[in-house]
Design a protein around this ligand. Structure first.
Ligand SMILES: [Zn+2]
Length: 158
């Protein structure tokens, strides 16, 4: 049996709040989304007949546990904060409020646009896979699709 190049995808949803600093429009206000995220791994299934993940690109349970630690634990019910270079005074005040009152926050590497968030999520997942499996860069392509609303998403390969 030929083991074709195959995509496996796991989806989760999480809730988070953000505001877009330096943005002219309603998204400059503090608001929330139920984000939906799909992480896709593209690669050839494992050909080792005796491996427990034989004929799998990756065990869905393993991908789920990585998405739990890299996405849910960081971002679910968190206040998403832009990187300092993109942060206005208002957003900085919000970050300080979360710190002062012990509210969950997640400081993102750039802006909190769907595009930048999809890339950040992909990088976190890729780094976690790399530290767990080491040869991941040779074996798998990671892509992320992030829905900000049911009809709007950003998609990126990392
Ligand atoms: Zn938004």
């Amino acid at each position: 049996m030929a083991l074709q190049l195959t995509n496996v995808t796991k989806e989760i949803t999480f809730d988070a709040a953000h505001m877009l600093s330096n943005y002219d429009g309603k998204c400059s206000n503090l608001h929330g989304h139920t984000y939906r995220v799909a992480v896709t791994l593209s690669g050839h299934p494992n050909t080792t007949k005796t491996a427990s993940d034989s004929h799998m690109v990756m065990d869905f349970g393993d991908l789920k546990s990585i998405m739990q630690s890299e996405i849910m634990n960081r971002m679910d019910h968190a206040l998403l904060i832009s990187a300092e270079e993109f942060r206005t005074e208002a957003e900085g005040a919000l970050m300080n409020w979360a710190s002062k009152f012990g509210k969950k926050k997640c400081i993102m590497p750039s802006r909190t646009t769907a595009e930048d968030m999809a890339f950040a999520i992909g990088s976190w997942v890729r780094d976690a896979l790399q530290s767990r499996y080491h040869d991941i860069n040779d074996r798998l392509q990671v892509s992320v699709k992030l829905w900000e609303t049911p009809t709007s998403y950003a998609e990126v390969k990392v």
